[in-house]
Design a protein around this ligand. Structure first.
Ligand SMILES: Nc1ncnc2c1ncn2[C@@H]1O[C@H](COP(=O)(O)OP(=O)(O)OP(=O)(O)O)[C@@H](O)[C@H]1O
Length: 278
């Protein structure tokens, strides 16, 4: 009987590639970032598995972006950041990106004069010559085609990225991470400045991507967080203040006191009525 169960589990892993990624998780231990004596990230432990759409929230200056910078090699840090068992701290940002860890910034950083397709092609084509990348293609590589479909920009593939709507630029950036084969995506305020319709599309996109990849979303939009997060980590003054499901953290008195009860979280107001956080 026991043997039968093991065989079945093994078959599931072999036939379902997504299952294999479950073992690739982001593991942050005792992360510390100090700027000229100021401790911006102070001994953070964080574990995020694939299939878990994790939101990282907290007041301004809590250390959220600095944590993402440290994980992606843009801020000097002490401690440990491992993905798939590989230590990332101490590696250059390029090597970290090649290890499958990608991020977006608060302001989209796509090549505005190049088409959507060219942007994706460049992201996918590390190692190819620039002239080859810019040449109009007769066929679209499979991974680029798949990313175009996932981010829903197939119809505008040949338009310059500069003419895209704000939301579409963010989706293009996410697509660029997908074609780079990023298995960990760290997204810094992806829905800032988006319309309600764009927010909804972004939420659904993140849920789709999050099924097979490890996604961490830094956000101030609490309405967006409530709708799409599968788990939440709250940072305050460089430390993890609370962690759990959306209801666990939104009902946590400490979180209400330092963040949700205040107005320091931008859009998606968290008004407290009858002791309930809305
Ligand atoms: N390069 C730097 N040099 C010095 N201090 C910095 C640097 N980068 C960030 N800080 C400080 O570290 C603290 C954490 O900043 P960080 O941007 O990580 O916060 P945050 O939680 O992302 O805030 P926000 O929600 O406003 O983006 C802040 O006090 C900030 O001023």
């Amino acid at each position: 009987m026991t043997e039968d169960i093991h065989v079945e589990a093994l078959e599931n892993v072999l036939t379902e590639p997504a299952a294999a990624f479950k073992h690739d998780y982001l593991e942050i231990r005792d992360l510390k970032v100090v700027f000229d004596g100021f401790v911006a990230v102070d001994g953070v432990d964080l574990t995020v598995t694939s299939g878990d759409l994790r939101f990282l929230i907290g007041p301004n200056g809590a250390g959220k972006t600095t944590l993402v910078d440290a994980v992606t090699g843009l801020a000097p840090a002490a401690g440990s950041v491992r993905f798939g068992g590989v230590e990332l701290l101490g590696r250059s940002s390029h090597r970290i990106a090649r290890s499958g860890v990608g991020r977006t910034f608060q302001t989209a950083s796509v090549f505005e004069e190049l088409t959507v397709l060219q942007n994706l092609d460049i992201a996918a084509g590390a190692g190819r010559k620039l002239r080859t990348l810019l040449r109009r293609r007769t066929s679209v590589p499979t991974e680029v085609e798949a990313a175009l479909e996932t981010i829903g920009l197939g119809k505008v593939a040949h338009l310059p990225a500069g003419v895209l709507a704000h939301g579409q630029k963010q989706w293009l950036e996410i697509g660029m991470l997908l074609v780079q084969n990023a298995h960990v995506l760290l997204l810094d305020e992806p829905v800032a400045g988006m319309s309600q319709a764009e927010r909804e599309q972004t939420g659904l996109l993140l849920q789709r991507i999050g099924q097979q990849r490890t996604v961490v979303v830094v956000e101030h939009d609490m309405e967006f967080m409530r709708t799409y997060a599968s788990s939440v980590t709250v940072m305050h003054q460089g430390k993890v203040l609370a962690e759990g499901s959306v209801s666990e953290v939104t009902e946590d008195e400490r979180v209400i006191e330092v963040y949700l009860g205040s107005r320091s979280h931008g859009r998606g107001t968290a008004v407290i009525e009858n002791g309930e956080t809305k």
